[in-house]
Design a protein around this ligand. Structure first.
Ligand SMILES: Nc1nc2c(ncn2[C@@H]2O[C@H](COP(=O)(O)OP(=O)(O)OP(=O)(O)O)[C@@H](O)[C@H]2O)c(=O)[nH]1
Ligand SMILES: [Mg+2]
Length: 203
């Protein structure tokens, strides 16, 4: 088999094998609940890619035969709800939002009821991010966790964060407990920062 591969194909194989090894070697799948809806909560710092990932994940799960519901849990950033609605519309995936409430735990619970009535078997909570990990953010996420008991809490990390990504992951894991990490922007990014400081000031 190996002899029939071209040098180019061999390089691709070597890189793929190395990346698979680097990312843990084994495949780990989303933990679906036997009693739907399975609740997936996306958390992460501001701009890490949670909303975009929510759409990608919903689309992937739909291809696997699931019926996802996206839930707008970012009630702080103006236009955050609209952003998720646009993503949902593009993919033709329903979005649950409650524009008259700022209570994220309440909204999440309402979304679970909505999913049950509309027979959505997976719900994806798109939570708010902050520039830095702060107590207020963690407390809100902890309250949502206690309120709806997500089956999977996935940390969304911008792969361009570099070394700091480890500290972010550690902090979220210690404070909230995470089941997995989704790395975004592996395709690169048109924006470049010279240091963490610039990135933090970039908006
Ligand atoms: N190139 C690239 N850009 C991405 C990717 N994921 C997200 N982005 C971009 O990164 C920016 C932030 O993405 P969002 O999905 O809004 O991030 P967020 O974590 O929801 O941000 P907040 O809600 O403000 O906390 C947007 O401009 C996205 O288009 C990716 O995988 N690749
Ligand atoms: Mg967002």
């Amino acid at each position: 088999m190996l002899k029939s591969l071209t040098p180019g194909q061999q390089i691709i194989k070597i890189v793929k094998d190395e990346m698979t090894e680097l990312l843990g070697g084994t495949e780990s799948k989303i933990n679906f609940s036997p009693n739907p809806p399975t609740i997936i909560m996306l958390v992460g710092l501001q701009g890490s890619g949670k909303t975009t990932t929510a759409g990608k994940l919903a689309n992937l799960l739909r291809k696997q035969g699931k019926k996802p519901l996206l839930v707008a849990c970012d009630v702080y950033r103006p236009a955050a709800i609209k952003q998720l609605q646009v993503v949902g519309k593009q993919l033709n995936i329903p979005v649950f939002a409650n524009e008259s409430s700022k209570d994220v735990v309440h909204i999440s619970k309402q979304a679970v009821s909505e999913a049950m009535s509309k027979l959505n078997d997976v719900i994806i909570l798109d939570t708010a991010g902050r520039l830095h990990i702060d107590e207020e953010l963690m407390n809100e996420l902890k309250n949502v966790k206690a309120g709806v008991k997500p089956h999977e809490i996935l940390l969304v990390v911008d792969s361009m964060t570099g070394q700091d990504a480890v500290n972010v992951a550690q902090s979220f894991n210690e404070n909230l407990g995470i089941d997995g990490v989704i790395l975004t922007k592996l395709d690169g990014d048109t924006r470049r920062w010279c240091c963490t400081f610039c990135k933090e000031n970039y908006q």
